[in-house]
Design a protein around this ligand. Structure first.
Ligand code: NAD
Ligand code: ZN
Ligand code: ZN
Length: 367
């Protein structure tokens, strides 16, 4: 097996986002090399680009992707060349206490948050200088090398763009409802922020039988899409009478509020809006240095709960194939969530569009 020369987006603080030709080495040990077929543009990449999560390194963004296994390391046992896979950006190490408890979304043994492969290194370079994969994936690129545990086999019948979304926004949004919160039929919920993650949360709430399902966003585009996905109500987040409109939509109040933005003010708004005894699920990720001043007295006195949500509390090997099956069975309207098909350089503009909340989830499609 040999190295490949690949096209990839690279982010560096000095040059911003640019397309480069990089070298990607062959997979070793239990790694696989995957030809990326579809790669979504997620706001977590935008947090990197905007400096919300500062890094001095040259990183390949992208982590919401699906593709085909092109080469396998000598210790790979569960995948073969040609398998269709969805990539996971939080693969289990299978050795830490969280993994041994079955809570892979809390793994402390992978090096994803350090933008490294599990051995602490990278498979990417340019003219001998190392380039690193953002959250261990780096999928805004023609190929990736990832550990076998980060490539989850899915049916060949699943469209790659749908697989890509399952790899981040759908696993997070649907998982937040089913795994993190455990929403029951008839419970009332609102989703604050209806981008890729928020729309998937709406879809998860519909699947769980929540009623009403109130979508809230600043963008008319996003509100219309949320209605298509199944929200019973769609409300502009900047309406002066938002609380009254919510009271009308949910006369018994909200059992859950899902915050899918990651802003200090909307996190506090979510806490205000939820019923006593209800729970706010924090899906949105703030800039690293943000701190949220809380009305802790009210939180305690009203028995409200604040639930952090990493990756929809997902076990990728269990949940990704299950999400794929539910889509194929017509139970999840994920086609509506796929936005414009774009090229790799087109992702630079797609991040700009994301700042203005235009359109659905842009997906880079590779031939
Ligand atoms: N917890 C996780 O595991 C996880 C996984 C993926 C993404 N995320 C995070 O989730 C967040 C959302 O990601 P995304 O890709 O869906 O982003 P996005 O940019 O596609 O969507 C954000 C939405 O929030 C809306 N919004 C912004 N300010 C608002 C306000 N004040 N009131 C109402 N709506 C508002 C925007 O109009 C937009 O539609 C990001 O912070 C991302 O990093 C977390
Ligand atoms: Zn993401
Ligand atoms: Zn682990």
């Amino acid at each position: 097996m040999t190295s490949l020369s690949i096209q990839a987006l690279v982010h560096s603080p000095a040059d911003g986002l640019t397309v480069h030709e990089l070298t990607l080495r062959a997979p070793r040990g239990s790694e696989v090399r995957v030809q990326v077929k579809a790669s979504g543009v997620c706001h977590s990449d935008l947090h990197l680009i905007d400096g919300d999560w500062p890094s001095d390194e040259r990183l390949v963004p992208g982590h919401e992707a699906a593709g085909i296994v092109e080469a396998v390391g000598e210790d790979v046992t569960g995948l073969v060349v040609g398998d269709h896979v969805v990539l996971s950006w939080f693969p289990p190490c299978h050795a830490c206490a969280a993994c041994l408890r079955g809570e892979q979304w809390l793994c402390t043994g992978n090096m994803c948050n350090e933008h490294r492969l599990p051995d602490g290194g990278t498979a990417l370079s340019q003219d001998g200088a190392e380039v690193y994969p953002f959250i261990g994936v780096g999928a805004l690129a023609e190929y990736v090398v990832v550990p076998e545990a980060a490539a989850i086999k899915i049916p060949d019948a699943l469209p790659f763009a749908i697989g890509a979304l399952i790899g981040c926004s759908v696993a997070t949004g649907v998982g937040a409802v089913l795994n993190t919160a455990g929403v029951r039929p008839g419970q009332a919920a609102a989703v604050l922020g209806c981008g890729g993650v928020g729309q998937a949360t709406v879809a998860g709430l519909v699947l769980a039988g929540a009623d009403p399902v109130v979508a809230i966003d600043l963008s008319a585009d996003r509100l219309a899409l949320a209605r298509t996905v199944g929200a019973t109500h769609a409300l502009p987040g900047d309406a002066p009478d938002l609380a009254a409109a919510i009271a009308q939509a949910a006369p018994d109040g909200l059992d859950y509020v899902f915050e899918a933005i990651g802003r200090v003010e909307t996190i506090n708004r979510a806490i205000e809006l939820v019923n006593p005894g209800g729970a706010v699920v924090l899906e949105g990720l703030t800039p690293l240095d943000a701190r949220v001043p809380l009305d802790a007295y009210a939180l305690a006195a009203e028995g409200k709960r604040l639930l952090g949500c990493n990756y929809g509390s997902s076990v990728a090997s269990r949940d990704f194939p299950a999400l794929a099956e539910r889509y194929l069975a017509g139970e999840l309207p994920l086609d509506a969530l796929v936005g414009p098909a774009i090229t790799l350089p087109g992702a630079i503009d797609a991040f700009e569009d994301m700042r203005h909340a235009r359109g659905g989830r842009a997906v880079v499609v590779f031939d």
